[in-house]
Design a binder for this molecule. Structure first.
Ligand SMILES: *Cc1c(COP(=O)(O)O)cnc(C)c1O
Length: 345
């Protein structure tokens, strides 16, 4: 079976980084966790380094190792999950910077890597990662004496600019980081768009680099073209797919394309929810999405297509996400390992 082709536009990725960087007066990092939001961390990190990024963030130390291997020595690679048990050798050998999240992590770090670089993650209300204000108050002087390289926190509602949580977290962040000269970071993609108050010394965009909301001006980075396996005539009242999910109301041509929910094209994208494109022409998905196949109404095309696009200039990750009841982040990180990947510059 011929597999789908996933094209990743590294020039668009680099342009998105530069565009977000241009919106701030501070340094811009790049978040490349979850294997570069599903697009291969090594490849995207190299492209972003080429654009000018010198600081990278991952979720786990193991991911940091992959980024270090791609980038070589020099760029900073920080780990949101901090210094977890078993991470010491990875952090030391690959020069990673843990963002310490708790007193336990701080003690582990001081004990195992007393001269190692670290940052501190502070909770300003999201209640997911980071030290609580009281915990930080108790530890602050000891921690600052060890010269952390960054104090950071994360916004819970930055994709909703008018949400009162943004101001509330901003106030809390200013409070807990007051009176020291350690560089500070609060903003991810959403925070960059909230304006200067939120930028501090370093921003940490992820999704916007890869072309997703809330960065509305992002250039699309991914396109996904699905090869047609076969095309058939379907007479009125005949049905298509599992559960007889769709019934023809006119003489129809139905194309079966080679990708399905096992490739991250969620089953919720079935009948009525989404279209594929033959160039500029929209062809509706009919029937249910199967594990390896999707059926598409190509009746209105003058010729049977060789392939149909599900992601491209007409349809980005957020449109698929809306149709599937999810977010662009999940569409990206679900993109299948079966797709042949092509990186273009
Ligand atoms: C994922 C993440 C980011 C990047 O967020 P985007 O919304 O993708 O820009 C930044 N900081 C932290 C702590 C994160 O977990």
């Amino acid at each position: 079976m011929s597999t789908a082709k996933l094209t990743i536009d590294l020039t668009a990725l680099a342009e998105n980084w530069r565009a977000l960087d241009a919106r701030t007066g501070c340094e811009t990092a790049a978040v490349v966790k979850a294997d570069g939001y599903g697009l291969t961390a090594g490849k995207v990190s190299l492209a972003l380094a080429g654009a000018g990024a010198r600081q990278f963030f991952v979720a786990a130390a193991e991911e940091g190792v992959a980024v270090r291997k791609a980038l070589g020595p020099g760029p900073g690679i920080s780990v949101f999950s901090g210094h977890m048990e078993g991470d010491t050798a990875l952090i030391r050998d690959h020069d990673l910077i843990p963002m310490l999240n708790s007193v336990d992590q701080m003690l582990r770090h001081m004990e195992n890597l007393p001269n190692g670089r670290f940052g501190v993650q502070l909770d300003t209300g999201m209640n997911r990662l980071g030290m609580e204000p009281a915990e930080w108050a108790a530890l602050r002087d000891i921690a600052l004496a060890q010269k952390p390289v960054l104090l950071m926190s994360h916004l819970a509602c930055a994709d909703e600019p008018d949400h009162p949580m943004n101001r509330q977290q901003l106030r809390s962040f200013i409070e807990v980081t007051a009176n020291n000269s350690v560089p500070r970071s609060l903003a991810a993609t959403g925070g960059v768009l909230l304006g200067r108050d939120y930028h501090f010394d370093l921003t940490r965009p992820g999704i916007g680099l890869y072309g997703g909301r809330p960065f509305a001006d992002a250039k699309p980075v991914v396109s996904l073209s699905l090869p047609v396996i076969q095309v058939r005539d379907v007479a009125p009242d005949e049905t298509v797919g599992y559960g007889n999910g769709w019934t023809a109301t006119r003489p129809s041509r139905i194309a079966t394309v080679a990708a399905g929910y096992a490739d991250g094209l969620h089953r919720a994208l079935g009948s009525g929810n989404i279209a594929l494109y033959a160039g500029d022409v929209l062809c509706p998905v009919v029937g249910r999405v199967s594990m390896d196949m999707i059926t598409v109404d190509v009746t209105d095309l003058p010729d049977d297509p060789g392939a149909l696009d599900i992601l491209g200039p007409h349809q980005g990750v957020d449109i698929l996400a809306d149709a599937a009841g999810t977010i662009g982040y999940e569409i990206l990180t679900s993109l299948g390992r079966r797709h042949a990947r092509e990186y273009v510059t």
